[in-house]
Ligand binder design. Structure first.
Ligand SMILES: Cc1cc2nc3c(=O)[nH]c(=O)nc-3n(C[C@H](O)[C@H](O)[C@H](O)COP(=O)(O)OP(=O)(O)OC[C@H]3O[C@@H](n4cnc5c(N)ncnc54)[C@H](O)[C@@H]3O)c2cc1C
Length: 444
């Protein structure tokens, strides 16, 4: 195996981490996956399943070497069943490719991580991914009916049935979703789909105060409107994205601390305009700047492109740690105030953005010119303080990026030993020799 391949498959999008696989395998079908796992199970060889490597918690990093099991050749959409609003696909299909194939038939699979142009369906399942549309339509777990999975032993199972209701035994499908490649390798996926809404309206609302942008999120929902996207970007996030893209779809007022990108969708234009008016009512109490309404598809796309590029733009500024906190949305303002106070106390700068409508805040802690000592010790104390605040607000430490490698040491903040023991027990039942993605999720 050449050095260049090892370098590609030894990384994902998490910080600057690198773990070299000993061997990269790219199976073509389920039987090959089965044979690989059966052999590795007998020989006690670590196997790390890999999708597109866009993960932000180090899930696809082969921390114990062994085999990188790349699912990139599983890239077929097998069936689009228009009568039942279902589709079957392999896990190596790029999420956006899948969505666009469905849209041609008026069908909709809403989960749309900002990485949708490169991430795979299988990676999305393993992380239970979300994205901007989750606020109205839910996350991956809400659209999966059935999975073909190869277990660590090499045995092949289907986890459920291709039905909308299922009260038949334990829900193995949902257990597999979000299990980060530690319980089995997904080789086929049956999706539930919905009709694609035909219209949407998009606006960008600047707020003089970051805290107010967070408070406005709660206010919008209290008016009984459910936007199909409600994204927060603080000032630095937008400025970095503009710099990264080298284009600005709108003039940025530097007096504004944050912006909310708000989308409503449906099938009736008048209803959508009324919803926008209701949202404006909800925003009245807050000090907002000039609101930008996207007039056409090109403007809409450039606003979404700006939002989607924030992660990469922040990464281009500095090494960073991304915390994927989530709290009940009415506590978002409290969380963001605490994050900034904790940053001051422990000496770090953070850039915050995320899926505000879900209470899901991505806190990017920048290394800037911090010493290694401060980066490894003081920042860690700050992260613990943030996670304790999240727990006090009845939230949790990952909304959509998973625990993987980088968050596992913080899991005891959220779970008691009994819960961890139950999860470890499930892992051992599925994978007695712990060959599947070892070194992930549980603290060492
Ligand atoms: C710029 C950017 C923006 C992002 N925006 C979002 C966002 O809005 N929402 C969001 O939720 N996430 C987001 N992410 C995170 C990331 O894209 C998602 O977690 C995505 O689901 C990972 O998919 P992947 O194919 O890249 O998986 P990988 O990173 O390759 O792997 C992720 C995990 O899945 C496991 N895995 C992969 N394939 C399989 C399989 N077939 N069977 C079993 N396990 C498997 C791996 O072992 C690993 O644990 C973003 C990332 C980037 C870089």
């Amino acid at each position: 195996m050449d050095k260049e391949s090892k370098e590609i498959y030894g990384k994902d999008e998490t910080e600057d981490l690198y773990f070299e696989p000993e061997l990269i395998l790219k199976p073509q079908n389920t039987l090959q996956v089965s044979k690989i796992l059966s052999y590795c199970n007998k020989e006690n060889i670590a196997v790390t399943p890999r999708g597109a490597g866009t993960g932000l918690s180090g899930g696809a990093l082969p921390v114990y070497g062994g085999i990188c099991l790349s699912m990139e050749n599983f890239n077929a959409i097998l069936d689009i069943d228009e009568e039942n609003f279902q589709a079957t696909a392999e896990p190596g299909v790029i999420t956006q490719v899948f969505q666009e194939s469905l849209e041609k038939k008026g069908l909709f699979y809403p989960p749309d991580p900002a990485s949708k142009g490169s991430c795979f369906l299988g990676g999305n399942i393993a992380e239970n991914s979300g994205g901007p549309k989750a606020v109205k339509y839910g996350v991956v777990q809400d659209y999966i009916l059935n999975l073909e999975v190869v277990l660590a032993s090499g045995e092949i199972i289907w986890t459920g049935a291709n039905v909308l209701k299922n009260a038949t035994g334990y829900n193995l499908t949902q257990l597999m979703i979000g299990s980060e490649g530690t319980l089995g390798v997904v080789t086929k996926i049956v999706f539930r789909l919905i009709p694609k809404p035909t219209r949407d309206l998009l606006m960008l609302v600047p707020f003089r105060k970051l805290e107010d942008a967070c408070k406005a999120v709660k206010a919008i929902f209290q008016k009984n409107v459910t936007p199909s996207g409600l994204e927060l970007m603080e000032k630095d996030a937008i400025n970095y994205a503009v710099e990264f893209l080298d284009e600005s779809p709108f003039p940025i007022d530097q007096n504004m601390e944050a912006q909310l990108l708000i989308e409503v969708d449906g099938n009736d234009e008048n209803t959508l305009h009324k919803e926008c008016e209701t949202i404006m009512d909800a925003l009245n109490p807050f000090e907002c700047g000039d609101i930008l309404y996207a007039d056409n598809n090109q403007q809409k796309e450039s606003l979404w492109k700006l939002r989607r590029s924030v992660g990469e733009a922040v990464k281009a500024q500095s090494i960073y740690k991304e915390e994927d906190t989530v709290v009940p949305r009415a506590h978002l303002a409290e969380l963001i105030i605490a994050v900034k106070e904790i940053g001051l106390k422990f000496g770090f700068r953070s850039v915050c953005y995320g899926h505000a409508g879900d209470g899901n805040l991505h806190i990017n802690i920048l290394k800037d010119d911090l010493s290694e000592e401060a980066w490894n010790n003081e920042v860690k104390k700050g992260i613990i303080a943030i996670f304790e605040k999240v727990k006090a607000l009845k939230g949790t430490i990952s909304g959509e990026h998973g625990i993987g490698l980088v968050q596992k040491e913080f899991l005891p903040i959220i779970f008691q030993e009994k819960q961890l023991a139950l999860m470890r027990g499930i892992k051992t039942l599925f994978d007695p020799n712990h060959i599947l993605n070892p070194g992930k999720i549980w603290p060492d």
